[in-house]
Write a protein that binds this ligand. Sequence first.
Ligand code: HEC
Length: 374
Amino acid sequence: MKNKFLSFVFSEKVHWRHYFGGLSLLLIILQLLTGIFLIFFYDPTLDNAYKSVQHLTNEVTGGSLLRNIHRWAVFLLFLTVLIHTIRCTLRWDFFNPAKRVLWLTGILLLLPMFLLVVTGLILPWEWKGYWFMEIIPNYFEFIPRIGNSLKSFFIDSFTLPRYQVIHILILPIVTLILIDYHFLDKLRQRGVFTYILRHALLSLPFLIAVIVLSKYVTIPSNDPQEIPLPLDGRYIPAPEWYFLILLLPLLYFKGKLVLILSILLPSLLFMVLSILPYLYRGRKVPEGWDFLKKSRFRKPIKGVMVFLIFIAVVALIYRGSYKSPTLGCNGCHHLNNGFRMGVVPKQFKDRNALPNLNDNLWMMGHWFYPDEIY
Ligand code: HEC
């Protein structure tokens, strides 16, 4: 019985190489479940959004845990999707005509996932959410010609209910449709429950990690009674990090370089990845590319390569963002420091009334070194 059980869990079908895709699926299911719970407590109005989030976190049983799981699971999801993508790329999956749909839907999935994080960051509508809502449009202004209209469009059209609908309805539907094409067909043939059970057991260490992180590294929500320190959250990885790396050029460069580094390069990478299978349509993997073909150590070497590239990307993000005091915003922005500091200002969209919001350098500096900038 025991052996049967072990061979079921550790069968060939759940090798680590195709394990991270499955783990990502489980994390997405976890997001769906915790997200449904959050819907019941969130009030998408400017005055009550943060209050409702605080109520959920401080007063509802299990609220803090579920909210923090919803946040930390994204972080792990980012890591698993990254490993999964690197591995499929290094396996040259885009040369395989049978995997064309798999590849394309996989790449396309990155987009709704990314937008889910953006909208998810804004919704709590504390100062962090407000900051993101203001700086993301700023980032479009570097695009020639259409940039300014795009920027005004995103600022003018912003309302919490709209972003909530996008976050809880539109993006999840797009994600699920893409996942269906990506994977669910194959999953149904293999047996959904067997698959989920196998992966759930193997994913147990990750799920435990999510729960431990969610229990001990929580988002401060007790202000103004209990106030975090202004520099809290430095060196602590958080979902905010991936954006900060994209926005970092706003801190160090001006004009064209911002355009190239944080808009053109990522879009280009995304487009190139999407069209790779069509670019190499009908061709075989070139000789030189499969240099490990004859080696006995092909699999371990590839494993190490995947791991090294993964570490390099994560190190870059860590390097760019580890100083950001992600949890400390409420250290100054709370009601005890005056109404103006406690509540997001009513004129928040008005760049004439709040000129700092137009100043990217100030905005970025205020995120990374709030104690020095203000
Ligand atoms: C050390 C105290 C301090 C910390 C920590 C702090 N801020 Fe501020 N912040 C201020 C002060 C003071 C102002 C007002 C500046 C002004 O009136 O021009 C301000 C202004 C802002 C503004 C500009 C718009 C406005 O309405 O005035 C934004 C956005 C903002 N903070 C977001 C954040 C975020 C996000 C964080 C966390 C990463 C953060 N702040 C952390 C002190 C702080």
